[in-house]
Design a protein around this ligand. Structure first.
Ligand SMILES: Cc1ncc(COP(=O)(O)O)c(C=O)c1O
Length: 385
């Protein structure tokens, strides 16, 4: 039986060849330090791990929840939005997610009919284009993020078919570039939401991972006309727990809940309860000490690795957000990010080729600072050879 067309429409997996090389190296027991995947090596804060254990031990926390989430979890999200962003919402504006990835993909099922269009940045987290748009038999319309413009799009120059374009995805602090949104840009984006009949999906998965006194804002501070996605994965190093949430305009959230209620049955109740403990660490206008510790560690790694790469002849600035570095290849390395990454694998270090995030990612590679300092130092040693 052949796969459905939509599955064939997903572009070939860029990492297939790289994975072959990696498994070959592993067989030979060769050293390989992976700075590729955005999966924190740090453990979630102890208070959350204890809460998971305590709530999982209870007899009453193992039934189905609901796809929109327990009311007590949604109420904690309402408190978080108020304490963290001074945004007033109610639980009707909230839906829990099995990680924000799932929500970013499922929201497309709410709005995209076959052959509709979604505006998707390039470079970008691949889910917008593939899991969301292509798997809804729809067409991703790419708009570029350029380094000259701090990887922010020029919304006034966006060209799109008004009848067929239903959605737009954006993400700041940005994976893969580490770029952050300015207040001016947030205002422009809010105007775009208010002036166009397009569902803006603002992916704020890295809202808590920012540096140098920059604090990410919520799009809901500027407009009610959007949906925003948050993740506990990066906020509390909880990638494996698969928990996040969407907040936004009530009818958009209702649509998402309708789709999800036909697909999933919600997060485990004990995880939602532990997530409440995490979100309630946020008091008005302050950053919890647990999150400060995580940020401090990533800032230390960022400062070290940027300096070390610059010493190796790259030109990298200190990003204000995320735990990624987005590095332009040196002229002498040519323009193929895949070839460059292969060379680094041979030296024992794994990065992601920029091309994996779209055509505009060509000529760059992404570093994930999700390894401890000694591994980062060793990686620089290996790259220097
Ligand atoms: C930009 C962006 N959005 C969303 C996600 C999904 O995170 P999760 O599904 O773990 O919440 C990721 C994960 O790497 C990401 O980089």
């Amino acid at each position: 039986m052949d796969y459905a067309k939509r599955v064939h429409n997903i572009p070939p997996y860029l990492f297939a060849k790289l994975e072959q090389i990696i498994s070959e190296l592993k067989k030979q027991n060769k050293e390989l330090i992976s700075l590729s995947i955005g999966d924190p090596d740090l453990a979630p804060p102890l208070v959350i791990r204890k809460a998971i254990a305590d709530f999982a031990l209870m007899e009453t926390t193992h039934n189905y929840s609901s796809s929109q989430g327990e009311n007590e979890f949604r109420e904690a999200i309402v408190r978080f939005m108020k304490n963290r962003f001074n945004v007033d919402i109610s639980i009707e504006n909230v839906c829990s997610l099995l990680g924000s990835k799932e929500g970013l993909a499922n929201i497309a099922r709410v709005y995209l009919n076959p052959n509709d269009q979604a505006l998707v940045p390039d470079p970008a987290y691949p889910v917008y284009q593939q899991g969301a748009t292509i798997l809804c038999d729809s067409i991703p319309v790419i708009f570029p993020l350029h380094e000259e413009n701090e990887f922010l799009p020029d919304l006034s120059s966006l060209k799109f078919d008004k009848k067929r374009t239903k959605m737009l995805y954006l993400n700041y602090p940005n994976n893969p570039t580490g770029a952050v949104a300015t207040k001016k840009f947030m205002k422009e984006l809010a105007d775009f939401c208010d002036d166009n009949d397009i569902i803006v999906c603002y992916d704020n998965a890295y809202s808590e991972l920012t540096f140098d006194n920059y604090r990410a804002e919520s799009l809901l501070q500027y407009t009610d006309n959007a949906i925003e996605f948050f993740s506990l994965s990066k906020m509390f190093c909880m990638t494996g727990s698969r928990i996040g949430f969407a907040v936004g305009r009530e009818d958009i959230i209702k649509g998402l809940i309708k789709v999800k209620s036909n697909i999933d049955s919600g997060n485990p109740i004990y995880l939602q309860k532990a997530a409440i403990v995490g979100l309630d660490l946020y008091k008005q206008n302050s950053i919890p000490k647990e999150v400060e510790l995580i940020k401090k560690e990533y800032a230390r790694r960022r400062n070290y690795f940027v300096k070390a790469l610059n010493k190796l002849g790259f030109h990298v600035n200190l990003p204000k957000g995320t735990f990624y570095l987005w590095v332009r290849l040196k002229e002498e390395d040519g323009n193929s990010s895949e070839e460059f990454v292969k060379k680094c694998i041979e030296k024992g270090v794994l990065f992601v080729p920029g091309r994996g995030y779209g055509n505009n990612g060509e000529g760059y590679f992404r570093v994930a600072l999700t390894q401890p300092m000694d591994k980062l130092q060793r990686a620089i040693e290996l790259l220097s050879q």
